[in-house]
Design a protein around this ligand. Structure first.
Ligand code: C2E
Ligand code: MG
Ligand code: MG
Length: 469
């Protein structure tokens, strides 16, 4: 180590050596590259610790809270925790020295905007906390939603900085640790769960977090006790309203209460737990189909939802095959529903999965088509069998709604496109006779929705199957 080097120079040297090493690693060596990326992120954070910018320390944040509590005016304040979006990209683009100047300028301007009785304090790296008068809230929210920072004199460098932020309008009687916890919770939800620019802490958020913890803590036991039930929602053909298929939907019966998917699926999707649930549902569906076949009950194709979390599972196809083949269910009776994706990586993984499943004779459907960031490539490049049009494309018969006409035009063209590409097209969430008429006018003859049936418990669905024979 060179004794006289400044901290910044050492960090710069380290980062550029690391970059050189990363360039030499072949692309297929994904594991090594991923580790090196992580090391780069860590080095990024460490480098920030030698405070090269004009900012208060975290201790100062607590000191300000104590003072406001003592002065009896803490409920006139709001607190915020934020981190900058993609700051490492800025460092990468301009180099670390300029990156630090940009960060400094951003923080100094923010501090100026808060005035004398507000403070911006660094937690670590690009993560900060703030205390400020409530009347400054709109300034802070505007500033963190996106601010252009310019540094340098002759050669100006410009960067747009924005943040993920968690806010709390402080209530009287809260101690500093509670305030810190609340902004932390709101920030975490903004950044990792909802992926939105900001979230405000309130009692509902607390309930949501409690629900999350509760679900996570009892999920495994509930799975072992088989508390999850499969409900079957019929799919019908609009030609003669006969049953042609079904979607398996999960319900959780816990202590006599029926819990709907919106309370637990999003929680399970934050970890791999959702994969266990999906395989469990697939297994129960296979068990049911196998029983119907043995009992001579007519069988229809059943679709099972696969969460996007499965995209990272290289053994997904193997898992599906093991389950289905264990019950000797012919593959044509199983359909897997997957939703659209947004990123390139997901796109490649999704393509791999859809192709693999189709090669094994399973049907694969793109679920909720039209609500995500639908790309036409997603339809063209993957061998889907079925396209499920989301219910938001069905007009609700609300004549004042200017969107209704647009919805009809889009619905017509989605159906036309799907059919010309050789895809089966099904509308979900069909609730009215008018919607059925419109679907028929546009040559879409498959539908699922409350107009025909709600999701049914297995015994009732079995009766529906029996009536077909
Ligand atoms: P989805 O896959 O799009 O399922 C369709 C949802 O629409 C179901 O809600 C169904 O009950 C509801 N639905 C059906 N017909 C109508 C209608 O006419 N009107 C209205 N307003 N809604 C209708 P459900 O069962 O509450 O499931 C919600 C979501 O939870 C599902 O949306 C799916 O994304 C997820 N989900 C359910 N079970 C599973 C599962 O086993 N695994 C995974 N990964 N996700 C599941
Ligand atoms: Mg579905
Ligand atoms: Mg759907």
């Amino acid at each position: 180590m060179r004794q006289n080097d400044s901290y910044a120079t050492l960090v710069n040297d380290f980062m550029s050596r690391l970059e050189d090493v990363m360039k030499q690693v072949p692309e297929e060596n994904e594991l090594v590259l991923r580790n090196l990326h992580e090391i780069r992120e860590m080095a990024n954070k460490i480098s920030f610790r030698a405070d090269s910018i004009d900012v208060y320390s975290l201790n100062y944040f607590f000191k300000c809270i104590d003072e406001a509590i003592e002065a009896g005016c803490i409920d006139d304040y709001a607190a915020c925790r934020f981190d900058l979006k993609r700051f490492s990209v800025i460092n990468h683009q301009f180099g670390r020295e300029i990156g630090t100047k940009i960060l400094n300028e951003f923080i100094v301007k923010l501090q100026k905007g808060l005035g004398k009785d507000g403070c911006v304090c660094r937690i670590h790296g690009d993560t900060f906390t703030m205390l400020f008068r409530r009347k400054k809230l709109s300034f802070v929210m505007g500033y963190l939603s996106g601010t252009m920072i310019e540094v340098g004199y002759k050669q100006k460098k410009r960067a747009m900085l924005s943040a993920h932020a968690g806010y709390y309008e402080i209530q009287e009687g809260k101690i500093p640790e509670e305030i810190m916890d609340r902004i932390g919770m709101a920030w975490n939800i903004a950044k990792h769960v909802r992926r939105v620019p900001y979230v405000f802490f309130d009692e509902n958020l607390l309930k949501a977090v409690e629900n999350e913890k509760w679900v996570e803590s009892i999920f495994e036991e509930a799975l072992e006790k088989e508390e999850f039930l499969v409900y079957y929602q019929p799919k019908v053909t609009l030609k003669n309203y006969r049953l042609t298929g079904a979607e398996a939907l999960c319900r959780w019966k816990h202590d006599g209460e029926m819990i709907m998917p919106f309370r637990f699926i999003p929680v399970l999707e934050q970890s791999n737990m959702i994969c266990d649930l999906d395989f469990y549902i697939l297994e129960h569906v296979c068990r049911d189909i196998s029983r119907w076949i043995k009992a001579g009950i007519p069988v229809v194709r059943v679709s099972v939802n696969l969460s996007r979390v499965h995209l990272g599972d290289v053994d997904l196809l193997q898992h599906v095959l093991e389950i289905v083949d264990q019950y000797e269910v012919p593959h044509e009776y199983i359909e897997l529903e997957l939703t659209e994706t947004t990123t390139d990586v997901d796109f490649r993984e999704l393509k791999h999965i859809v192709t693999g499943l189709r090669m094994q004779g399973f049907s694969v459907a793109v679920d909720d088509f039209g609500v995500g960031y639908s790309s036409l490539n997603l339809i063209r490049e993957m061998p889907w069998k079925v396209l499920k049009i989301d219910k938001s494309f069905l007009p609700e018969g609300n004549e004042d709604d200017a969107d209704e006409e647009q919805k009809k035009v889009m619905l017509k063209h989605i159906i036309g496109m799907a059919q010309n590409l050789g895809l089966e097209c099904i509308a979900e969430g069909v609730e009215t006779v008018e919607q059925v008429t419109l679907l028929k006018e546009n040559n879409c003859y498959l539908a699922q929705g409350y107009l025909f049936d709600k999701p049914l418990p297995v015994e009732q669905f079995e009766e529906r199957l029996g009536e077909m024979g």
